[in-house]
Design a protein around this ligand. Structure first.
Ligand SMILES: [Fe+2]
Length: 284
């Protein structure tokens, strides 16, 4: 089945996302930058694999991901990744301009031999594991999927509300639930999959020979209520909405009048990226 893929500026992205609970975007990362980070991550994985082979220890890919992300998340490449223009543009459309990315972005390495249940997931919804219902997931594929190691989505299931769960599995029995056949998204590297935290989805399965490597970022609005987990993880702000730019101009949430009356508003240089500097007459 042919996968429907959009370009970032397609006006039908919202419609498709609202109806289906997911959307796939093609080429959403600047090409040169994408090649740089995917090469960097793949090289790191290869290096760690070689070291494990030498030491004859069994490799746990969940640990490998965490090892890589501990460094990557504090690098300039990560900063560049979360400020990628096309991703930001789409998330501003789906969530609003008060936009942030939750900390602890995940790197997923799905390998043929893997049996780790964290990496090999049956049908589930991400709201079960503490993601707020206003948070949106974005998976960036660093490698091509084949027909066996993609992500399977069940379109429209987010519109049913929160699926009941028992022992980490949908409780099909109590409610006599039957899922329609899912869509196997065998995505290509550079593709971006966006989905709703109530959408039922799963790991399609495992390839006999190929790895599937991807980042999963979580976006939400700084104006939303955060779940307890999201508060604990913290976030990085990507853009500020007009209401909050106005408050910044006034100077404080208490709206103390005339703070800059007869003068001018200014903004710290480091904050210029967030608070569109053109609204402020000088930079501190
Ligand atoms: Fe998931």
């Amino acid at each position: 089945m042919k996968i429907k893929k959009f370009f970032f500026n397609d006006p039908n992205i919202e419609d498709f996302y609202i109806k289906n609970g997911y959307v796939v975007i093609k080429n959403n990362i600047e090409k040169k930058f994408f090649n740089k980070i995917s090469k960097d991550i793949l090289e790191q994985i290869n290096k760690i694999e070689k070291n494990f082979k030498k030491s004859k220890k069994i490799i746990d890919y969940h640990d490998v991901s965490n090892l890589i992300m501990d460094n990557f998340e504090s690098s300039s490449n990560y900063e560049e990744l979360i400020f990628q223009k096309k991703n930001k543009f789409i998330m501003n459309r789906l969530i609003g301009n008060d936009l942030c990315v939750l900390n602890y972005t995940a790197l997923w390495i799905n390998v043929p031999t893997n049996t780790n249940s964290v990496l090999n997931k049956n049908e589930h919804v991400d709201a079960w594991t503490g993601t707020g219902i206003n948070t949106i997931f974005l998976k960036l594929l660093l490698t091509d999927c084949d027909n066996y190691n993609g992500v399977t989505v069940y379109p429209g299931t987010h519109l049913h509300g929160l699926y009941p769960v028992k022992n980490r599995t949908i409780d099909y029995k109590s409610f006599d639930i039957k899922l329609n056949k899912g869509i196997n998204l065998a995505l290509k590297k550079g593709d971006v999959l966006i989905w709703h935290p109530l959408l039922v989805h799963s790991t399609t399965g495992h390839s006999k020979k190929n790895k599937r490597i991807s980042f999963t970022l979580r976006y939400t609005s700084t104006e939303n209520d955060f779940s307890s987990q999201e508060r604990a993880l913290g976030y990085k702000t990507i853009s500020v909405g007009s209401g909050n730019i106005i408050k910044r101009y006034i100077g404080n949430d208490g709206l103390q009048p005339f703070r800059i009356y007869g003068g001018s508003a200014s903004i710290d240089k480091r904050l210029a990226k967030l608070y569109n500097k053109k609204y402020f007459s000088s930079l501190k």
